[in-house]
Design a protein around this ligand. Structure first.
Ligand SMILES: Cc1ncc(COP(=O)(O)O)c(C=O)c1O
Length: 452
């Protein structure tokens, strides 16, 4: 298929228009824009429309029905935006269309992957000897790390899982907080752990595992801790946990999908103190680093354990003995060159530039908490990083405020249940959010509340 520069120009023009519009209009689509989405299903594979008409439909129907999660006033879930250099790098990487599975498949993707992985370990303040590998997201990173931990703990117990399988293997106990993220539960199921192997430990009022409630540990044990509770943003007390249950038969994994990035900011490190003492970590680039979807990262203090669990060999695959072969460091074989936009952000902004942006998100979350509290709302947990949880009187009122805010189009926040109370969840995960965005959003929230 020959290149079509007109089509390319049209795609660039549509992308530019979209990006230029990101900070202005409503955050979510209206009903007419949602109804228009039926146009996609109305195209039949028996009557193809051609490349230009397809792009036209994407632009005119798709773009207006997106969520403006890149505009500074989207505070839903923990959905990050994208920085301009990450977006630019992703556009070029899209044209490259490299498969990053093997160095032989793409020297450029491979070099960028290695450089970006080292930068991530460095910026996150993890042991310099750790190994990072990119994957689809923190869920995949949690699965990868938990499988690696399982294999390693069994190996230490004299059981070769690759030879002997799981049946009849020594028991591996799992310790987990009642506030662990759902992706960790999925990862445990995928790795062959059932509820009978799992001890659930109570959490405190901020969602941090209560280390005084840890059971005593004997035999192979996988401890699952968390940096950044998906609602409150608080992290488990890593030092206390590792002092209590760490040891030669223990593997401590930290799910730090977004919260691990607090360790990139000198003033916020206190909230994740001791996190570097773990054996493995899961995090995301597509959340707080603001690279485009999808980009997760699994990090192991001992990269050999990761390679041992994830390796893939075949006669047609060159064994160049390279230090990094991504298909042997994660679940996927073929994969996007996820390191490219990560490298672009870290190269463009550097350690302090990224730290400043993350700190700005934290300050915006604090501003939400302070101004809403001053207006009479209830902040349900101290704001320590980028998350704020707010209630507006009783549960029904809180839900109605959230619905009214979403309908306003000024900003978008979701709802959750936090320790028995309905709450508005505010996640400042777009690095472009400013105090002005916060103030406009607070005004919309207060308007919604007063109008009830
Ligand atoms: C603490 C935590 N862990 C894991 C995940 C899953 O991340 P992903 O959606 O990238 O798989 C999330 C997502 O919000 C999260 O907040």
């Amino acid at each position: 298929m020959p290149g079509d520069s007109e089509l390319f120009d049209a795609a660039v023009a549509a992308s530019k228009r979209y990006a230029a519009d990101a900070h202005g209009g409503p955050v979510g689509p209206n009903q007419a824009q949602l109804d228009a989405l039926a146009a996609f299903a109305n195209v039949s594979v028996d009557s193809p429309i051609g490349a230009h008409a397809a792009l036209e439909l994407l632009d005119t129907v798709g773009s207006p029905a997106t969520m403006r999660s890149t505009g500074g006033r989207y505070f839903g879930f923990v959905n990050g935006g994208t920085t301009e250099e990450a977006r630019a790098a992703a556009i070029l990487a899209g044209a490259w269309d490299q498969n990053a599975a093997l160095p032989a498949m793409s020297p450029a993707a491979s070099a960028l992957d290695a450089a970006a992985a080292d930068m991530i370990v460095d910026v996150l303040g993890l042991p310099q000897t750790s190994t990072a590998a990119f994957c689809g997201g923190a869920t995949v990173a949690n699965i990868t790390a938990i499988v690696t931990a399982r294999d390693s703990l069994l190996d230490r117990a004299g059981w070769d899982i690759h030879e002997q399988g799981l049946l009849g293997a020594p028991e591996v106990r799992v310790i987990i907080s009642e506030e662990a993220h759902i992706s960790v539960h999925k990862a445990l199921r995928v790795a062959g752990f059932g509820q009978q192997q799992v001890t659930v430990v109570a959490a405190d009022g901020a969602g941090r595992l209560d280390a005084t409630k840890l059971p005593s540990v004997t035999g192979p044990t996988l401890v699952l801790a968390q940096a950044g509770n998906v609602n409150s943003g608080h992290s488990d007390p890593f030092n206390e946990i590792i002092d209590a249950v760490g040891g030669p038969d223990t593997w401590v994994h930290v799910d730090g999908a977004f919260g691990l990035w607090a360790n990139a900011v000198p003033d916020r490190r206190v909230h994740v103190a001791g996190v570097e003492r773990a054996d493995s970590w899961a995090t995301d680039g597509h959340k707080w680093l603001n690279v485009p979807y999808d980009c997760g990262v699994v990090i192991c203090a001992d990269g050999e354990q990761l390679r041992r669990s994830m390796r893939m060999d075949a006669a047609y695959v060159p064994d160049g003995g390279e230090a990094r072969t991504l298909m042997s460091m994660g679940l996927q074989m073929s994969q996007a060159a996820r390191g490219v936009p990560v490298w672009a952000v870290l190269a463009a902004r550097g350690r302090s530039g990224v730290a400043d942006l993350i700190e700005q998100s934290c300050r915006c979350a604090e501003r939400f908490g302070e101004t809403l509290a001053a207006a009479g709302a209830e902040v349900l947990a101290p704001v320590v990083i980028n998350q704020a949880l707010v209630a507006f009187g009783d549960d029904a009122t809180t839900d109605r405020v959230v619905e009214a805010v979403q309908a306003s189009g000024v900003c978008w926040m979701g709802a959750t249940t936090w320790q028995g109370r309905r709450a508005m969840r505010i996640s400042v995960s777009d690095l472009s959010t400013t105090f002005d965005d916060v103030d406009r959003s607070v005004a919309a929230v207060l308007d919604a509340w007063r109008s009830l």
